[in-house]
Every structure is written in C-alpha cells, then in structure tokens.
Design a protein around this ligand. Structure first.
Ligand code: SF4
Length: 350
C-alpha cells in the first residue's frame, strides 16, 4: 500500500516465536502504512497475527525481519530521545478495561500520572485540570463525578472510556486500539466507537484498529482501509467500502457474509459462503501452498495446495493474495497487440 507521507509504516515485517512444539511464524511478511488522521483496521480470527502486528507497531515487540518506521525512522534504531517522543505520539488501548487500569488508583491519579511524568503540565492542580479535560473529551461528564472514583466503581464501558482518555493524555498522533470494544456490551459499543470517531475528526488522531468483527469495521472504519489477515498473512487490503461491499478473497467473502444486516429479510437472503472446514490451521503445521486451501470452497487442486499466492495489486489501491482472483483478472485483461501488429485486421488473440 502507498501513502505519500506515512506516520507509521511496517515494511515486510515478520515475527517468529519459539514454542515447545517448535518455531512458529505469527506474522509473515506484512507491509502496511498509516497516514495522519487515517483509520486502518486489521481484521481476522484469533491466531491471524493481528495483535502481534499491533504490538510491533506499538514498539513492544521487535520484528524478526522487516522494519517498523515512525515518520520515516526505524523504530529500533532511534536515539533515546526519539524513542521517548515516539512513546508519547503512539498510544495503545488494550482489549480488557478490567485489567488495564490499576485497581488501587483513582481515575484522577490514573490520568494525572502520564501528564505529570512527561511534564506537559506541572503540579497536581494543573494535572487535575488536564484529567478533567480528558474525561470530558471521552464524554464522562461531569468529570468531578469520576476523578475520585476507583475502577471497580465504574461500568465496563466507563472503564474503557477512561482507558481511551489515558491514551489521549499526551496528545498522541496514533492510537492502536486492540479489540478495544470487544469486551463491552453491544449497547455501549457504538457510543465508544462514536467517541473515538469524534477524536479522529476533531483532533486528527490516526487509528490502527484491531478487531475480529467486520461489522465493527463497517461502522468505525468506513472512511479508512482494511487489511484482512489469515494465519499471519495479509490476504486482502483495500478501502473499507470495497472490502465490505465487494470482497475478493474467499476468506474476506466469508467474513463479509457473516455481517448481520439490520433488515432480517436481507440477512436471510444474503449469500452465505460455505467454507469446506471451520478449523483454523495450527501455526506449527501450516498447510502447503495457500494456507487457506483446506477451508476454501474455490480451491484449485494442484495449484492452491502447492503454490502460495502472492499479494498482488488488483487496481484501485487494492491488493489480494489468491490464484483464482489473479486468474479471473488475467482473463478480463485484454491482450496487448504484439509488436508489429497492425491493429485492425491483425491476428486475433486466442
Ligand atoms: Fe482459495 Fe486458492 Fe484463492 Fe487460496 S489461492 S484463497 S485456496 S482460491
């Protein structure tokens, strides 16, 4: 993918881990870029590698191969000062609002801590004023009702809003939200997503949004891009309306078909892609060729089970890794006249 001036880019990153059952590749040769104020959603089942990508993007894990760059600089070759600036500019919101907040700290203390440590404000009084501002930004109002409370006195949704407020404390340019709404009730999920969209629209914060749920992507990331991951590989990438409206990779098709529609009749009549198997392959024994072939209803024996497809540009900024999509595309591409051909009246291409 090409973005003129990416804020954060991952160039051909891979990440391997040693396990008791052998070495596994959790992320395999993934390239992504996020521009200022952009939304990039990564979607896939558990084990797809999306959280490992998020941890590499957040600087918490070093890639085994490839490079993570922030504003063009290799994250793992930066000076101490540059790394500190990166840690302020990029913030992570975890999945679990119960575990991500210190239970013995009040909300006020939690929000004052980063601003007093990094010193954008001085003194407890200014810290409290900033904490109140942050609570207002995430719609926890009036802030005085929350500053002296402890995490256990808040609902799950309110706790996740505090986690987002803490991520905003240092005016970040990118928030990495790892399944940030998957543990809160559906009733308050939309309201937290709206708050994050407001932050993006009003403050220009970019989001790397990790989720297993394409329905959430449809709501949150409609103006952005989606990368669909499957067992460590990026299998389709494009603008959100393209991927949701007309997915090309069979796995992306299966995910899109599972999005519930508001109209039950529409949900009933929607084309459902029947996968050949529901089992996700074991990372220690990946299938040969295309890793999706044991589940894919379009598998071409002798090709898909032998040769791994490469991620290829299919036009309009879209990329897909699938032999069948590549074949269909080739069949639609008119053959160019051979050198010396006179055009009209020339030999018809077979
Ligand atoms: Fe299915 Fe073959 Fe495409 Fe893999 S390459 S997704 S097995 S059609």
């Amino acid at each position: 993918m090409t973005i003129t001036e990416p804020l954060l880019s991952l160039d051909h990153v891979s990440r391997e881990f040693s396990t008791r059952r052998g070495r596994i590749t959790a992320v395999d040769d993934v390239s992504l870029a996020i521009g200022r104020g952009d939304i990039l959603c990564l979607v896939g089942e558990s084990g797809s590698g999306k959280t490992t990508v998020a941890r590499m993007a957040a600087g918490l894990l070093e890639p085994t191969r490839g490079t993570v760059r922030f504003e063009g600089r290799d994250l793992h070759q930066t000076s101490k000062g540059e790394h500190k600036a990166y840690r302020r500019a990029v913030q992570l919101v975890h999945q679990d609002p119960y575990a991500s907040l210190n239970p013995v700290r009040t909300i006020g203390d939690t929000l004052r801590a980063p601003v007093l440590h990094h010193k954008p404000v001085r003194g407890r009084r200014e810290g409290t004023r900033r904490a109140a501002e942050l609570l207002t930004l995430v719609d926890l109002t009036p802030p005085q009702n929350f500053l002296s409370k402890y995490p256990h006195q808040l609902s799950g949704g309110q706790r996740q809003r505090v986690a987002v407020a803490r991520a905003l404390a240092l005016n970040p340019r990118l928030i990495i939200a790892d399944e940030a709404v998957s543990m809160v009730d559906v009733s308050i999920r939309v309201s937290i997503l709206n708050t994050m969209l407001k932050l993006r629209n009003e403050l220009g914060v970019a989001f790397l949004f990790i989720t297993h749920d394409l329905a959430v992507v449809k709501y949150f990331g409609w103006e952005g891009h989606v990368g669909v991951m499957y067992v460590g590989k990026l299998v389709e990438f494009g603008r959100t309306p393209q991927i949701i409206g007309r997915p090309l990779h069979p796995y992306a098709k299966a995910l899109a078909a599972a999005i519930p529609e508001a109209d039950p009749d529409l949900t009933r009549t929607k084309d459902k892609l029947q996968l050949r198997s529901l089992d996700i392959p074991n990372l220690t024994a990946l299938p040969s060729g295309c890793v999706f072939h044991p589940r894919c209803p379009y598998v071409v024996p002798g090709l898909c089970d032998e040769v791994a497809p490469r991620l290829e540009d299919v036009g309009e900024g879209r990329e897909v890794a699938c032999h069948v999509v590549a074949r269909e595309r080739q069949a639609l591409t008119p053959l160019s006249p051979s050198p010396g051909s006179t055009g009209e009246g020339g030999t018809e291409a077979a």
